[in-house]
Structures are given as C-alpha cells and as structure tokens.
Design a binder for this molecule. Sequence first.
Ligand code: UD1
Length: 419
Amino acid sequence: MQKLVIKGGNALWGEILLRGAKNSALPILAASLLCSGETVLENCPRLTDVFAALRILTHTGCRCSFEEHTVTIHAENIVRSEIPEQLMQEMRSSIVFLGALLGRTGACQVYYPGGCELGPRPIDMHLDALSKMGVCIQRHEGRLDCTAPCGLKGARIHLRFPSVGATENIMLAAVLAKGETVLCNAAREPEICDLAEFLRRSGACISGDGESTIRIKGVKKLGGCAYRVMPDRIAGLTYLCAAAATGGTIRLRGTNGTEMENVLPVLEQSGCRVDRAEDSVYLHAPKRLKSCFRLKTMPHPGFPTDIQPVIMAAMTTAEGTSVFEENIFENRYRHVDGLVQMGADICVSGRTAVVSGVKELYGAHAAATDLRSGAALVVAGLCAAGTTEVRQICHIDRGYEKIEEVLKGAGADIARVQQ
Ligand code: UD1
C-alpha cells in the first residue's frame, strides 16, 4: 500500500505535459477489438485502468504491446468472447467491451462492471439499446449472457439521459451491424468524438458525433489505424486548479485548451489569467482566488461532474462563498469529509454544497474514496499549511499518471511512500 505525503504551501510553477485522456483511451481500446488490422494508439496514458483494458484484450486473444505511450494491438484472432468476473470488476469502463465483443463476435458473456464508488451505476440504457439491436440478454447472478441469433441490426434508439458509456457501447455495437442506427439524445462529450474519429479512420461510417443525434451506417469490416488519443481535459484541469489554488503560474503543454472551454471561464472568473496558445494553456493565479457563484454539473457541454471535486478543493480557500449543484451522480461529495478535516467550511444538503472560503487549510490524514475525490485531496494538500497524507491512492492511479512526479516537476513538495 502506498500513500502520498504532501508538504503544502509551494505555489506551482513551470511546465506540465498533459497525456492522453483515460476516458478516450478506454473506449478506443475496446474499439480495437472490432478491427481486423493493426491498431496503433499514440499518447496513451500509462494508468492502471488502461492496463486493465489491455488484460481484457489479451484475454480475448488480441496481441498487445505497450511501449512508452504507444499501444499496438493485433485483433485478427479473437478466441474468447467471455470476460471473467475478476477482469470485469477491475474497472467500471469494462462495460464498453460488451458492445465491442458483440459487434465483433455476435455473442459474449460478461459480468456487471466494478467501480461503483459514486453510487448506483446502472447499465439499463446499455442493455435496452442492445436488445433493440437484436441482442438476447440473459441474466444469471451478476453475469450477462448475450447473443444475437440473427446478427446485430441497426435500430432507432432514444436515450432517456445522454449517458457517455451507453453512447459508446451503442456506437461500438452499431459500426459492424446490419443497417443504420440512429441514436437520439446521445452524449456529446469530446471523448465521444474521439472514439467516432478513431472508428471513422478505421473504416466506420458515423456522423453527428458531438451533436445529440448520431447516425451510424454498419460496414462489413474495420481495418484499424494509427491514432493519437486526445488530451486528458480532466487531468489538465486538475493541474490548472492545483496551480490556481496555490497561487501559481503554469504552462500546460499538449493541449490548446479547446476541450476545456466549458471550464476555463470559471478559472478566469475566479481571478486567474488564462491564455490559450496553439500547443499549451497558460495560467497565472492571483494570491487568493475569488469564489465562483454557482456551478451546476451537467452533461457536456455543461460543467463536467469529474472536475467538481477538484474545483471545490480550490474554492475552499477562495474569497467568498461558492455553491455547487451535483446533477450527474448521487454520491459525488465524498471528498467533502476530507476537505472539512483540513479546515474547509462546507455544508452539504442533498445535491447542493455550499463552500464558504476560509483563509487557510491545514494538513491532515485523509483517504481517497474515488478517483476525483483523491485528486481533490491532493489539490487541497498542496495549498494547506503543514503535511497532508493521502491514503488509498490506487484510486488516483486509475486516472493520473505518476501524479507525484508531475506535481514535483512543477515545484510541489510531494512524495509517494510505502505505508
Ligand atoms: C463517464 C465517465 C466518467 C464521467 C461520466 C459522466 C468514462 C470512462 N467515464 O462515466 O468519468 O463522470 O461519464 O460524465 O468515460 N445511467 C443510468 N443508466 C445507464 C447508464 C447511466 O441510469 O444505463 C446514469 C448513471 O447512473 C449516472 C448518469 O447516468 O447517474 C451518467 O452516467 P454515464 O454518463 O453513463 O457515466 P459513465 O459512462 O459511467
């Protein structure tokens, strides 16, 4: 077991290189299963969730290699269409392999996925959509046996909520299906567009990604391609928030900020100077941030739920009161206890959290309860007086590649130590 030990108080400065997005790499890795040729994925982050996805691919018969930040996958010979429970439980995103395996083999056996720290994470929309596409689904104690006796066929599907995972699963199942799939009220996240672009370059026929209605005409075969994963907007914004909270100045390389346009204005309103360049985003923070008036998390292009915990950590020491409204997940205030332990003044009532800025946080011992709550504790620890210890950092390692090295490179006093 490892933990992060942070001595707070150093303003971040210098450059941080942003890697590829986890939430984009994972569905694209699943999509590689649909390709009969070679897939080369560049800018792939070295994260525990990515390694879990590679274990699933290898189990099905793919040959995978991972050198530096490039993954190469050969999926010519798929020998298994079942994924063992243990592999499915390693991460929540394992569910996107359902659509990919069905698309490739017409049958699969999977288990309900793991990673449910944010409250109930149903997959009813995924399963309803697949049923409409001709898949018979039998449930046996947590296992799903899926077959498409007459092959997958295109369908008209309306999602009651623009779920990211359901949109991805439907796209993966539809690209090789017979006929056209029309997906209404689809998720519009940038990672959906990245998946669509990878599939198009591999030979798929998709239009409308980034909008509410996605149209997919099934093709006979996908070839595979070389593709560069988009920058990780959530990791990037986490580092920008860390710089903002510590009164720092950083240049974030590897992005021009396009995929962060729905959040950067919040940092500007809190008093930061933000400049976008062709290959970087520059942030210069004031000594003390101003609070943000009211932030409501919403599906894209609304304010992303994944960055809510991290912005909240930055707002704990801002001047004034900030109000947050969480509308995506039931259980997304699990970072609040840790922040309060560090001296933050936060009042939660239902889906609303009111943060009254305090002058200073102080170091404490806290545990990450999920990926972004862990990131929030790290951001708070960087600006707190004294030493903060963050345990359960396996959650953080799911989404941030060597977070301590990135932050140390920007002047933070942070170390990973064995417990
Ligand atoms: C993805 C992201 C995650 C992000 C989330 C919302 C990945 C790997 N993860 O998760 O980081 O926080 O989008 O932007 O990309 N729901 C149902 N039934 C379903 C599916 C979802 O009720 O069949 C509900 C969920 O419980 C949740 C909401 O819809 O309340 C949004 O979930 P969804 O968009 O599916 O999130 P994920 O794809 O799991």
